[in-house]
Design a protein around this ligand. Structure first.
Ligand SMILES: [Ca+2]
Length: 72
């Protein structure tokens, strides 16, 4: 599973689920300088942080369903 988003002419965001991790990459391709950042997260940690940031409780339940589905 992979989600890619071009944030601008020089900036790309890439999110993958690979090897049991959520892999987030940001790449900036500027004049004369290329900068990259990558972060690998445990899916459960990522989903819990995301649902904690979203107001309300419904997304929390969805997050727990996603975590359960990923553990199958
Ligand atoms: Ca929430």
């Amino acid at each position: 599973m992979e989600v890619s988003k071009e944030l601008g002419k020089e900036l790309d965001l890439d999110i993958k689920l690979e090897d049991g991790k959520v892999k987030i990459g940001v790449k900036a391709d500027m004049k004369g300088v290329d900068v990259g950042l990558s972060v690998d997260l445990e899916p459960e940690y990522f989903i819990n942080k995301l649902t904690a940031a979203i107001p309300g409780e419904i997304d929390n339940m969805l997050g727990q369903m996603l975590i359960a589905a990923l553990k199958k």
